[in-house]
Design a protein around this ligand. Sequence first.
Ligand code: KIV
Length: 268
Amino acid sequence: MKPVTTATLQEMKRKGEKIACLTAYDYSFASLLDRAGIDLIMIGDSLGMVIQGHDSTLPVSVADIVYHTRCVARGVQRALLVADLPFMSYQRSPEQALDNAGRLMRRGGAHVVKLEGGEPMATTVRFLAERGVPVCAHIGLTPQSVHQLGGYRVQGRDAASAERLRHDARALADAGASLLLMEAVPAELARDITAALAIPTIGIGAGVDCDAQILVLHDMLGVYPRGSPKFSRNFMDGAGSIDQAVRNYVAAVKARAFPGPEHSFHGA
Ligand code: KIV
């Protein structure tokens, strides 16, 4: 089985083949996802909410992400592993980001690290990329900034903020990001950014035209007790098993049947 690399994802984008991604945090689920054909597994700081029960991702530490990445890595033979740099583990300086990215890759076994933020993070993305650390940049709704954003809100709905996101996407790609994740942004904006960039885009609440789709595992299995966002779908409905739910998700993403219009947002 050939492992998925950032070059594989790039080639899939070129061919117009959709990329199926999910989060996972442990060995058993990671192994199930890998066997079901998930191309990219993200060890997201969403673990602070769905695993640890916090009401935001802010309390998550680098040690938490390293621990869960190591558990996931043991279960995976094919999927690309993307691990989150948690809140305040990269914002201080590019050097701080490099130290913590090194921890996620050397101790955890991550292949790519993810960080949140737009153009102001471009210097850090460049610093990492030039030193051999592949980066997934995350724009739009950035949950680590929830208190600054004033809640978990759709971003880029008016002309000025849409333009800012276009500018952020371009700056991060030019700085050497390997992947761009867009969360909770209008579908038309995500479509335009995806078409404008050579790197693969990953959407969550960003419409069907992103190169890849991702959901938080606990949302798509319908097990998170505080409920799921509008952009998610409960794939356990009618599936009969977790394995079948994940296989249905992969098939729906590859066929562009997920997300549907009911899971997407639009501009003002
Ligand atoms: O932390 C996380 O799980 C994420 C999601 C957008 C997938 O960043």
